[in-house]
Write a protein that binds this ligand. Sequence first.
Ligand code: DP6
Length: 327
Amino acid sequence: LKQHGKARAHTNIALIKYWGKADESLIIPMNNSISVTLDKFYTETEVTFNPEYKQDRLVLNGQEVTDDEATKIYRFMDLVRERGNTSMYAHIESVNFVPTAAGLASSASAYAALSAACNVALNLNLSDTALSRLARRGSGSACRSIFGGFSEWNKGYDDETSYAHSIDANGWENDLSMIFVVINNKSKKISSRSGMSHTRQTSRFYQYWLDHVDDDISDVKDAIHNKNFNKLGEVIEENGLRMHATNLGSQPPFTYLVPESYQAMEIVHQCREAGFPGYFTMDAGPNVKILTEKKNQDYIINALLKTFREDQIIASDITQTSIEIIK
Ligand code: DP6
């Protein structure tokens, strides 16, 4: 008997970063993190379990995938089979909806959508918490993509206790948006997985990171509670830069940032001086993401357009819900 499910999940961007694992196989992080879930970027995944299938199969954006990424997903499917008490293999069809092809696909929305689709297909009846724990096993940041708005991943200390929950912002997320500056990077990519592992093991600045991240978490929660945008922005900008500083303290050092990243950061600073505040954050790549209030979004976009092309700039609202089950 075939079993089928389809779901959509949205991407999230960390405001307080997850950077370093306490347990690499269970994906337990060294620190809590906080993100916002975006409206414009999402993944839709359809999964079909069939007793006649001889192996798992992954089709991404219409193309069959057979590389390391596929192997990672098949290992994840073993966890799903365990929870569903089944030995059936699955065919997975996944489509990333991102406004451009410039490397903005995210493992967060991918594993959140796959978890939600499997939850439906195998009637797992997982709660949001259980779904978050399952998605975490695919990619850490995916556990936050079960929720819309602001989401916090509590690091926990084992598989049971490490999962995300939503932070009630009293609708404030409706006033905010995120502007992406898409910067094409020709240099060889270091995945977030290997980057954070190398940094945690070798960075002279890693302990400093750990010593300050809990304060950042509570400052962000206070800022959300008080709807204090400038406070929120100051903390997230500092936290993001501190994460990138840990990479520079690694042995050997590395960085994800390129000259265009710094150009974008500089424009954000200039906008702030002109009275149009936005605050930037960067992940395991050169792209710059700017958190702003919607009322100032157009000013910042126009400032960016003096340096960047129109197709390099994408603005997105924050979505209230991340997971949607598709019939
Ligand atoms: C810099 O969730 O991609 O984006 O758990 O190894 O799959 P794995 O890593 P991943 O790391 C995301 C790192 C980050 C910060 C963040 O999203 O919190």
